[in-house]
Design a binder for this molecule. Sequence first.
Ligand code: ADP
Ligand code: MG
Length: 251
Amino acid sequence: MKTNIAVAGKGGTGKTTICALLIRNLVDKKDGAVLALDADPNSNLNELLGVRIKSTIGQLVEDFKKKGAVISSGMYKDQMVEINIHQSVIEENGFDLLIMGRGEGPGCYCAANNLFKKYIDMLQDSYHYVVMDNEAGMEHLSRKTTHDIKYLLIISDPTPRGVLTAARLRDLTKELNINAQEVFLILNRVDKELDPRLLNYINEQKFKILSIINTDKEIINLELDGKTIFDLPSDSISLLQTKDLLKKLNI
Ligand SMILES: Nc1ncnc2c1ncn2[C@@H]1O[C@H](COP(=O)(O)OP(=O)(O)O)[C@@H](O)[C@H]1O
Ligand SMILES: [Mg+2]
């Protein structure tokens, strides 16, 4: 059965890191095809996954523009787009990656975004697991794709202000017509016991904490050494905690 997980949250909360950790766990599990989606125009999920960018949807849009005359004389634009979809999916060991990116100049983001959503719709059913990294706002997910998000994970640091921002993001999904079947809070970079006042506040915000991810020295080292998520020792705390997170989702 197909499961798609979208990760959202304020900038710097650890969205990309958690996506990479989830992908590493799913790849290790060898339990079906995995698609990683990088929907952040300032994308860097590929770096953490150790993937060199070959193409992004943004670049594809640029190419279309340049070939504009040719397209209008022959094939319909949409057909061209569908033919090019496989060019945009980067195949790696154990998973595939699709990057939204952005084109050059105004309006290009929107075009890349629309095409990205179209691709998501076309591709989703070919994978068992889809994990999507998102930009801080979630506007790019509005005018939803035909597929619902099964699990929306909102990442926050363990502070009331962080949790309030996360709650606002959750409420924004409703305004933007983003259909998420279940929404959970993930507290990341936790380095001490949670204050009962914070837990109380989270309750008041009607949030369900799915998982707590500790500050992991191995993640810090990884970044300093320029290594990838696949170099992370299998007993590192964040990897085990995200494995447990997946278990809670019956994955
Ligand atoms: N659990 C963690 N332990 C240690 N460092 C972390 C953890 N989660 C995230 N980081 C670090 O925090 C910074 C921001 O994380 P990132 O995943 O890029 O956030 P976002 O994608 O939300 O902007 C990065 O330097 C990352 O290595
Ligand atoms: Mg990020």
